[in-house]
Design a binder for this molecule. Structure first.
Ligand SMILES: *Cc1c(COP(=O)(O)O)cnc(C)c1O
Length: 358
């Protein structure tokens, strides 16, 4: 058995997706399952679709290709606004993509023309978080371009909150999205299929019953994959947090002082480390490091284990409070936050193990 490994309980992910889909359904909202946090592990995409997600959404074309090659039916949505250099491939791989620039719409049109294809887009609207999106005042300019680009079909509007600006979803900013959506409908004389009101952080609005009418889509990753909602700093009570765990193997156990000996300069990453003197304590080294994980995002499952530090390849933990001193070859398990999941799933050194039974 190889370590470190990321154990994925697809049954827990399935039931999280089921719970999210049924909550959303009550409010007339359909769910895109967002797979990027776990690098589009096909078993996870499959669980999301089986649980009722209407599409799989990912920020990377490579991930969408991977899921297609694994035989997943999709449909697939590219949720990072595309690089001009990937538009050709995007038209082949993604059924829908998110767009925020009229130049991009024109480029998609020209590429579609050359390929003899059409493409469906969702225009992103910035309601205040200041990541991607047109200003709500720009509808007219976008419509003018859409009228000249018949191969690009506008199927919806969407927004992002809570990502870079930390703005939380509210009835006001969601209402603004709905209003922009109706302006597009009026100007184009069509009905939009999708009004996409954000990600996991928007679930709180649903729970409170405060999502404005007109929002009919959410793109959900974190809630399904981890059962958490980082923006609102909570474990979601009706979801499972036992979806994933990272396991690493002990390679050294020894009593050592809690403060290094010698003149302290900077560590391997250019930071000046700080230490609390707790005397001589038993510590263990695990064979996993910053190349694989984000130590700030790991929580030991064993309460007697405390993370001290990590270098590229080693994770050092205090085990003094553990009843039985560990031995080399023991395996410690950790819960992961979104950043730690992303890092572990992306590292080629971490083996991803799917546990279908749960
Ligand atoms: C990552 C991402 C999501 C999913 O966010 P979660 O917080 O994981 O639910 C939704 N939309 C876009 C555009 C994203 O990039």
């Amino acid at each position: 058995m190889a370590f470190p490994r990321l154990c994925v309980k697809t049954s827990e992910i399935f039931s999280n997706a089921r719970s999210v889909v049924s909550l959303a359904q009550k409010w007339g909202i359909h769910v895109f399952g967002v797979t990027k946090g776990i690098c589009a592990l096909p078993e996870v995409g499959k669980a999301m679709l089986e649980a009722g997600c209407v599409a799989l959404a990912d920020s990377r074309l490579k991930n969408i290709r991977k899921m297609r090659e694994a035989g997943l039916k999709g449909p697939f949505v590219l949720i990072r606004i595309p690089m001009p250099s990937e538009i050709d491939e995007m038209i082949d791989l993604a059924d829908i993509s998110l767009v925020s620039m009229t130049d991009t719409i024109e480029l998609i049109e020209r590429t579609c023309e050359a390929k003899g294809k059409t493409h469906r887009i969702v225009v992103m609207v910035d309601v205040g978080d200041l990541r991607e999106g047109i200003w709500p005042t720009e509808v007219e300019q976008v419509v003018a371009v859409l009228k000249k680009t018949p191969r690009v079909r506008l199927v919806g509007v969407g927004t992002n909150v809570g990502c870079t600006g930390g703005v939380v979803p509210t009835a006001e900013n969601m209402g603004l999205l709905v209003k922009v959506g109706s302006e597009f409908e009026r100007a184009l004389g069509t009905q939009l299929e999708i009004v996409s009101g954000g990600a996991t952080s928007s679930l709180a609005l649903l729970e409170e019953g405060n999502m404005p009418k007109g929002v009919n889509n959410l793109r959900i990753g974190e809630a399904i994959l981890l059962g958490t909602d980082t923006n609102n700093n909570r474990e979601i009570p009706y979801l499972s947090q036992k979806t994933l765990r990272l396991q690493a193997e002990v390679v050294e156990v020894r009593k050592k002082p809690s403060v290094p000996i010698g003149k302290i300069g900077v560590d391997a990453f250019g930071n000046v480390p700080k230490f609390e003197d707790r005397g001589i304590r038993r510590r263990a080294i695990l064979a996993v490091g910053k190349q694989d994980i984000r130590l700030e995002g790991l929580t030991p499952e064993d309460p007697g284990v405390q993370i001290l530090a990590a270098s590229s390849d080693h994770l050092i933990v205090d085990v003094e409070d553990r009843e039985d001193p560990p031995h080399i070859g023991d395996v410690f398990s950790f819960k992961l936050d979104y950043g730690a999941m992303l890092a572990a799933a992306t590292s080629p050194y971490v083996q991803v193990v799917v546990d279908e039974q749960g």
